[in-house]
Design a protein around this ligand. Structure first.
Ligand code: 13P
Length: 251
């Protein structure tokens, strides 16, 4: 059985005080959520304090990015996955479409970051997803397959135990346009088949595949009813404790 994950990606929002307040407000709302893992991803500057304040709770903390290097070194502005683990993170989001689009992150970079994250003992949420043009051109499945193969290249079957895939169609992010549960299910099935090809049936069966793109309290239920949707990566609707809690408590 794959335990669902409901993760909130706070992107570049919230000053430190607001981040801590939101995390603390969320705590009692999700204290009884045993049906899924609950993860929040604040900005770098809030990670340590949020992680400290959530210690002992059932909310885990994720970073939104990490360096491609696992070792200390002269890399101005970068943060190793080991440093994230050190301050209490257990997850890191890698290769979000905003990073691929606006920060030129390639599958090769995503692959290096993923390897460094796994080596540091973090769980990596690796994001894939096609643009609207790619979907309209009938290329959605081939684009996602290429992203997956590139991002997961060289990872062993045992490394894959720390990998979570997030399917986030770019056209559904922040637009209010969710993929229909059928569209999402179709792609999640494709993702699982691709992983069966690269890492075998057992890995494909166990890997959790999250959906992201305009997930709201109103649509989480129908998405989660799909057999290959194992949770959600939530942007806008995760910024408010009450709305995120309603998504976590979809059951
Ligand atoms: P929205 O939920 O705001 O569409 O964002 C999705 C996302 O990018 C999560 O990583």
């Amino acid at each position: 059985m794959r335990k669902p994950i409901i993760a909130g990606n706070w992107k570049m929002f919230k000053l430190l005080g607001e981040a801590v307040d939101t995390a603390l407000a969320l705590k009692p709302y999700v204290a009884n959520a045993n049906h899924c893992e609950v993860v929040i991803a604040p900005v770098f500057t809030a990670l340590k304090m949020v992680a400290d304040r959530l210690e002992g709770s059932n909310i885990q903390v994720a970073a939104q990015n990490c360096a491609i290097q696992g070792e200390f070194g002269a890399h101005t502005g970068e943060v190793t996955p080991g440093m994230l683990k050190d301050i209490g993170c257990s997850y890191v989001i890698i290769g979000h479409s905003e990073r691929r689009q606006f920060y030129c992150e390639s599958d090769v970079a995503v692959n290096k970051k993923t390897k460094a994250a796994v080596e540091a003992g973090l769980n990596a949420i690796v994001c894939v997803g096609e643009s609207l043009t790619e979907r309209e051109g009938g290329e959605a499945e081939s684009v996602v397959k290429t992203q997956l193969r590139g991002s997961l290249a060289g990872l062993t079957v045992s490394d894959m135990e720390r990998i979570i895939i997030a399917y986030e169609p770019v056209w559904a992010i922040g637009t209010g346009k969710t993929a229909t549960p059928e569209q999402a299910q179709e792609m999640h099935g494709h993702i699982r088949r691709t992983i069966a090809g690269t890492h075998g049936e057992a890995t494909a069966e166990n890997v959790r595949v999250l959906y992201g793109g305009s997930v709201k309290p109103e649509n989480i239920g129908t998405l989660m009813a799909q057999p290959d949707i194992d949770g959600a990566l939530v942007g806008g609707a995760s910024l408010d404790a009450d709305s995120f809690a309603r998504i976590v408590n979809y059951k």
